[in-house]
Design a protein around this ligand. Structure first.
Ligand SMILES: Cc1cc2nc3c(=O)[nH]c(=O)nc-3n(C[C@H](O)[C@H](O)[C@H](O)COP(=O)(O)OP(=O)(O)OC[C@H]3O[C@@H](n4cnc5c(N)ncnc54)[C@H](O)[C@@H]3O)c2cc1C
Length: 310
């Protein structure tokens, strides 16, 4: 995790449209610099990538990239595309698990539109036995994301889960609220630039909170997902589960596509459940910039592959 200043730099760059246009032109070409982190621009590329992961014993969740949609038409288009993706996943026979963001479905347009769109996805998803994870975006969306989730839970949608970030100071209270429902939670450190009034800024504080929340989820949660590439967090989780005598299928680990593939494989070899988050789609730039912001070495990796392309 980078410090707050570096994260802010990448956050600002993510909003530079000229850079976005340039990157979009080259990043996903054959062997392009973004291919390491993005499984492709359409569902067929993603299905192919997933088949390779499944052959290695990995579980998966597919994310059709998109966020911060500003019009009803764009939110509708994303919803229609998600419905098409559900059908394509069913036909392909791969695991039925997707992740999505509420701002992709029109949360910034209005809440009712977003809930309607989400239901249009959850209905076929439920019919076909999918699990749908609602990703957590930056802190202005935390309250509304919880409210949308609870509304759908009350309407008997049980094929849904949520994400909480250990860097937010409010997270212990939010987890208690969602644990009480018996819903599934993914725990992450948090990927956005946040103010110091709401979020821990130092890695050691974010990590300490992550360990406390991991323990809470293993004790009281419903099949939690511990989503991190940090070897220390992985060890803490394995040790805590062993100490408490918890079976390895009481929880799962999750990592992002293309990151710490070595650790992904070794967890599977040790008998843990390991799910890979597989993003795909044309709107990959903001996701990609968050991955650069998490690790300076990734910038070197990108530059090297750009020069190779020349
Ligand atoms: C499955 C999954 C789903 C996620 N969903 C969300 C979400 O809904 N909302 C949200 O805010 N965040 C989400 N995140 C991102 C998360 O919040 C962190 O930003 C990200 O996982 C990096 O934190 P870390 O736990 O790996 O630890 P860090 O302390 O950041 O990193 C530990 C080590 O992991 C490796 N590493 C970490 N990131 C990278 C990278 N980008 N490239 C290469 N190596 C890296 C490095 O070796 C690093 O030293 C998700 C992460 C995962 C794995």
């Amino acid at each position: 995790m980078l410090d707050a200043t570096s994260r802010a730099v990448f956050h600002s760059l993510a909003n530079v449209h000229a850079l976005q246009r340039l990157a979009s032109r080259y990043g996903m070409r054959e062997g392009g610099f973004a291919c390491r982190f993005i499984a492709g621009e359409d569902i067929d590329d993603a299905v192919e990538a997933v088949r390779g992961l499944e052959a290695r014993g990995l579980l998966l969740t597919l994310d059709y990239l998109g966020e911060s949609v500003k019009t009803t038409a764009e939110a509708d288009a994303a919803t229609v595309e998600y419905r098409r993706i559900i059908q394509r996943i069913v036909q392909s026979g791969i695991e039925r698990n997707v992740s999505l963001k509420l701002t992709q479905l029109g949360l910034d347009v209005d809440r009712a539109t977003c809930i309607d769109n989400l239901r249009r996805i959850l209905d076929p998803a439920r019919e076909h036995g999918f699990f749908v994870r609602i990703d957590m975006e930056n802190s202005p969306y935390t309250d509304v994301t919880l409210q949308v989730f609870e509304t759908l839970w009350q309407q008997d949608y049980r094929n849904i889960g949520l994400v909480f970030q250990s860097y937010l100071m409010r997270t212990p209270t939010d987890i208690a609220r969602i644990n009480a429902l018996g819903a599934r939670i993914r725990l992450v450190k948090g990927a956005y630039k946040e103010r110091k009034t709401v979020a821990f800024q130092q890695k050691q504080d974010v990590d300490a909170a992550f360990v406390r929340l991991m323990q809470l989820l293993l004790d009281e949660g419903t099949y939690p997902a511990i989503a991190t590439h940090d070897p220390k967090m992985l060890e803490a989780t394995k040790e805590y589960a062993a100490q408490k005598g918890y079976a390895r299928d009481r929880f799962e680990f999750q990592m992002l596509y293309g990151i710490r593939r070595d650790l992904q494989s070794s967890l599977v070899a040790d008998g843990y459940r390991m799910r890979v988050y597989v993003p795909f789609g044309k709107q990959w730039f903001p996701y990609f910039m968050r991955r650069l912001g998490e690790r300076p070495a990734n910038v070197g990796f990108v530059l090297k592959s750009m020069f190779r392309e020349e």
